[in-house]
Design a protein around this ligand. Structure first.
Ligand SMILES: Nc1ncnc2c1ncn2[C@@H]1O[C@H](COP(=O)(O)OP(=O)(O)OP(=O)(O)O)[C@@H](O)[C@H]1O
Ligand SMILES: [Mg+2]
Length: 625
């Protein structure tokens, strides 16, 4: 009996440890762990959808699984071969036999290493291919969403979907799934080999299995909690960063840098703590599994060694030194995949959560799509009509309330009215960035819904209130990747008097436009965007506050080119400065989403209504200057 004291001591230690872990588990049992893992789609459904992307690459996966079998075979067979080598050394030692066996072992090892190498290359490539397809589908889909839908999702979230979440899926394909399968096969293979070799010792090793299972389950709970905290802190810090970097000018101007630094420090600390927590969970789990491994090896040496020395075993079978050597290696082959499985399970869960998030975006039906039978329009005269149009950005907060007007081809129409009266909204509806809830919008007498969206937009040239330039060059911003010759570009630029700006730039058209176009003033950006619109020569021109940031001198020049353009197409413009629009054929005065009055400059002045009030106010101001 005394002989088995060491075993009892090991058992007692593991028992105490298990109890401690179970108590710790009980304390966190109720805590929500779903964050970042919560899902509405089932695993099966997600796998089915991911499979659609993986399917075209099935050949690569077949090769991978075939190669994987080789490396599994190595893991299962190599301990046995090492055992045989031990037997040779001990008994019928012959250099040539030893040499042959070692060569066989090295051969298997090399083949297995080469297979693993090829495997990981194929997997990484395939994983990246699959994910780049998912990424471009996601991007294409995001582009197809309407402005209203996009407004509801923060930009940071969309970026995370296309980058971080897609990357999580790539890890799943290139690493997790295959290794998951491999580990399960290795465990089964190693157990089978062990059973064949010596089932008593196998049973001894299996005594540790319930403990491994318990520790693994507890580890999963703790690691999920840790991951959840980490994800929370990551998105918190990302949101803070993106918002504050965009608004850094304001922070600086209002001298809030210290305050913001403090806030960031706080978030940074929380993030650090969360990461440390994850590291702690892993740093406990890994040594615990290692301890179980060492304990099982010790038990093997104790029971096996004793049996070997006594010439008998626990259950009456003889144990050879070869078996002890083989088992020593098998135990490690057995523990490694178990530890990996526990760790990979979390990666798998997080990848599935990521894929659900991507699919949720991809499942959003674009609100504004081409209707069935929508047509291409080649020639546009430029007659525009709004018929009792009602529109709200959300629910029933009507921004436009029964707006009706008609613009004849080649007419120039200006929209005026106080801030928030709906001017920009009218222009957005015309380009189908949003869909009105009631009423119809007609282009040349045809409902714009019956025209293909891309065709409709190709006839409009817009210059928006908030000018956006892409990072790139001046040229790429003007042409937007369409083909134009330099002459055409210069012609368009000189039309809007942007040529002096281009000539001033050291690199001319090839001047770099930095991200957020910080290296151009607001007025310069407007000039460039004006040139961009001219270059594409649309039939209908839409200018929203096109001259707001341009000095009076340039405005006069633009006014001049505008007058030339008025003859080319229909022109819709919004301007707060009434002097810009005096020469319009028609002025539509908006008030709180309704048309208050319309007519030309002189008619409206005669009416002595809202326009007259606005005009007198501006006129008085100008005089005071
Ligand atoms: N994306 C949006 N989501 C919700 N409400 C919006 C959105 N865009 C505009 N609005 C609201 O719609 C109303 C009309 O806005 P719009 O931009 O058409 O005004 P505007 O006449 O162009 O004003 P401004 O002269 O300041 O440019 C405003 O009250 C505004 O708050
Ligand atoms: Mg506006």
């Amino acid at each position: 009996m005394y002989e088995y004291y060491p075993l009892l001591i090991v058992g007692a230690l593991i028992g105490i440890l298990a109890t401690a872990f179970i108590v710790a588990y009980m304390t966190v049992k109720g805590r929500k762990e779903a964050f970042g893992f919560e899902r509405n789609l089932s695993d099966r459904e997600l796998f089915k959808r991911l499979l659609v992307y993986a399917k075209p690459h099935y050949k690569a996966f077949i090769v991978v699984f075939a190669l994987m079998l080789v490396s599994i075979a190595y893991q299962v067979v190599s301990p046995y071969v090492v055992g045989v080598i031990e037997g040779i050394i001990k008994t019928q030692f012959e250099l040539s036999t030893l040499f042959t066996t070692v060569i066989i072992y090295v051969g298997i090892l090399i083949v297995s290493l080469v297979c693993s190498y090829i495997n990981s290359i194929i997997l990484q490539k395939t994983g990246q291919k699959i994910v780049s397809e998912i990424r471009s589908d996601a991007f294409k889909h995001i582009e197809s969403l309407s402005q209203g839908q996009l407004n509801k999702i923060p930009v940071g979230t969309l970026v995370t979907r296309v980058t971080n979440d897609a990357e999580a899926i790539s890890r799943m394909f290139s690493n997790v799934i295959v290794n998951f399968v491999k580990n399960i096969f290795v465990i089964i293979g190693v157990l089978t080999a062990m059973f064949i070799l010596n089932y008593e010792l196998t049973l001894l090793v299996l005594c540790f299995a319930p403990f491994i299972a318990t520790f693994t389950l507890i580890f999963r709970k703790f690691s999920r909690l840790a991951f959840r905290k980490e994800k929370e802190c990551t998105s918190d810090i990302n949101a803070f960063l993106s918002e504050n970097l965009s608004g850094i000018k304001i922070t600086r101007n209002f001298d809030r840098l210290d305050h913001k630094n403090k806030q960031f420090l706080e978030k940074n600390k929380r993030y650090k703590k969360a990461v440390m927590n994850t590291i702690f969970v892993f740093s406990v789990f890994r040594p615990v599994v290692y301890m179980l491994y060492v304990a099982s090896v010790l038990c093997l040496f104790f029971v096996g060694g004793k049996g070997y020395l006594d010439g008998a075993t626990l259950f009456g079978n003889t144990i050879s030194s070869e078996i002890i050597v083989s088992f020593y290696m098998y135990i490690s082959e057995f523990f490694d995949p178990i530890q990996n499985l526990a760790e990979q399970f979390n990666t798998l869960q997080s990848a599935l959560a990521s894929s659900e998030k991507i699919f949720t975006i991809m499942d959003m039906k674009p609100e504004i799509v081409d209707e069935e039978g929508a047509i291409e329009v080649k020639e546009v005269k430029g007659e525009i009509e709004f018929k009792d149009v009602w529109f709200a950005y959300d629910d029933e907060n009507w921004v436009l309330k029964g707006v009706s007007f008609k613009i004849a081809p080649n007419e120039t129409v200006a929209f005026v009215g106080p801030t928030g009266s709906g001017k920009t909204t009218i222009l957005s509806l015309l380009c189908r960035n949003y869909e009105p809830q009631k009423g119809t919008i007609l282009l040349d007498g045809r409902d714009i819904k019956t025209i293909k969206i891309s065709s409709l937009r190709s006839h409009f040239g817009q210059m928006l209130q908030d000018v956006f330039l892409f990072a790139g060059t001046v040229r790429s911003n003007l042409t937007l990747r369409d083909e134009f010759t330099d002459e055409q570009i210069y012609e368009a630029c000189s039309y809007v008097n942007a040529d002096s700006l281009i000539n001033k730039l050291p690199n001319g058209l090839d001047e770099e436009v930095k991200e957020r176009s910080n290296n151009f003033s607001a007025g310069e950006r407007q000039l460039l965007s004006f040139a961009r619109m001219m270059l594409h020569r649309p039939e209908v021109l839409i200018l929203d506050e096109a001259t707001a940031n341009i000095d009076t001198e340039t405005e006069v020049l633009i006014q001049d080119s505008l007058e030339k353009l008025m003859k080319v197409g229909t022109l819709l413009m919004v301007a707060h400065r009434l002097s810009t629009i005096q020469h319009s054929d028609k002025i539509i005065v908006l008030s709180k989403g309704e048309i208050a009055e319309q007519g030309n400059h002189f008619e409206l002045l005669e009416k002595k209504g809202k326009y007259y009030d606005l005009y007198s106010l501006q006129y008085e101001k100008e005089k005071l200057k």
